[in-house]
Design a protein around this ligand. Sequence first.
Ligand SMILES: NC(=O)c1ccc[n+]([C@@H]2O[C@H](COP(=O)([O-])OP(=O)(O)OC[C@H]3O[C@@H](n4cnc5c(N)ncnc54)[C@H](OP(=O)(O)O)[C@@H]3O)[C@@H](O)[C@H]2O)c1
Length: 319
Amino acid sequence: MTRTGVKYLISGQGQISNMSSSESKLQAVVIGANGLVGRCVINLLTQKGIECIGTCNKRPRNKLFKLDITDPEEINRFFSKFSPEVVFHCANLAGGVNFCQSNPKIATDFHLNATKRIGNACNANNATMFFISTDYVFDGTKAPYKENDPTNPLNLYGKLKLEAEEWIKGNISKFVIVRTTNVYGWDPETVTPNYVMGLYRTLKEGKPFNAPSFLRGNPTYANDLAEAIVELYVKNAHGLFHVVGKSFVDRLEWANAACEIFELNKSLLNETKVPSPDMVPRPLESNLTSDKFMRAYKSTLHDLASGLKLMKSDMKTLG
Ligand SMILES: NC(=O)c1ccc[n+]([C@@H]2O[C@H](COP(=O)([O-])OP(=O)(O)OC[C@H]3O[C@@H](n4cnc5c(N)ncnc54)[C@H](OP(=O)(O)O)[C@@H]3O)[C@@H](O)[C@H]2O)c1
């Protein structure tokens, strides 16, 4: 069933304490609206005229509300002020898999405890919770993976994401979990560059770039993911979905394709053929199938070449 009666458009700004109670009812909250995924989601919601506000943490941005999801008081204050119909939890812990592995307490507080707090706030508001999960719930030995295939995370990030998924399934009345992977897009202000941004910056500086040919996955264009997430919301979806780009390539192929489209110097690419002994374990062949999503929904999930071309046009428009 498609949502009807969508309320249109205000964008929040300023401090929570400055808001009047008449401003507190709204349709959507995007947590982590500064990030690669969150920014695409909030831009799309805004384009569609869906009433929404976004949050940031360390990088204040005009119109975003400060919210640290690891601070229970901030979560309480935020959700006692706003009662959204849907919460898109798009926050991520900087440093990714490596940081999680060496900082288990911080990682658990962020990926599990904070997710539970957000989930409890969703239940209290009768809101739908969107949670972005990962292919790292799998070990990569039996790809391609469907939603109900057995999981076996190899590192702490994957384990915490899986634990958070299971908690959500057991405790949240209205939820959508979207597993994705290898998200890329034009994000010039990022402090956590995605693979293509990292490659672009490094090669533009004339420095060599290591591209692992032993690591294969599905590059996923961030705007495609955001389109899919918003479609799942608008069409009132429930449950677990894999949403990834159409291509299954190794990182060297990905880097070569990006060099062609962005006209970068391929000779600076160094193929890495085997994992270094200190690499945090991860699935080396993590092919997710988006068939369940594609059977029921219409958003396009581009292949690598098309996604990179779209990213290049974003670069021209966004600067
Ligand atoms: N990127 C991928 O390839 C990928 C793959 C699979 C799953 N995912 C999942 O997708 C989601 C979004 O990832 P992303 O790549 O878009 O992340 P990202 O670009 O690194 O953005 C992270 C966002 O989280 C915010 N944030 C960080 N710490 C916070 C805190 N303590 N409280 C509140 N907000 C905080 C940041 O805000 P400030 O900048 O203001 O500090 C930023 O807006 C995550 O759940 C991630 O696990 C991503």
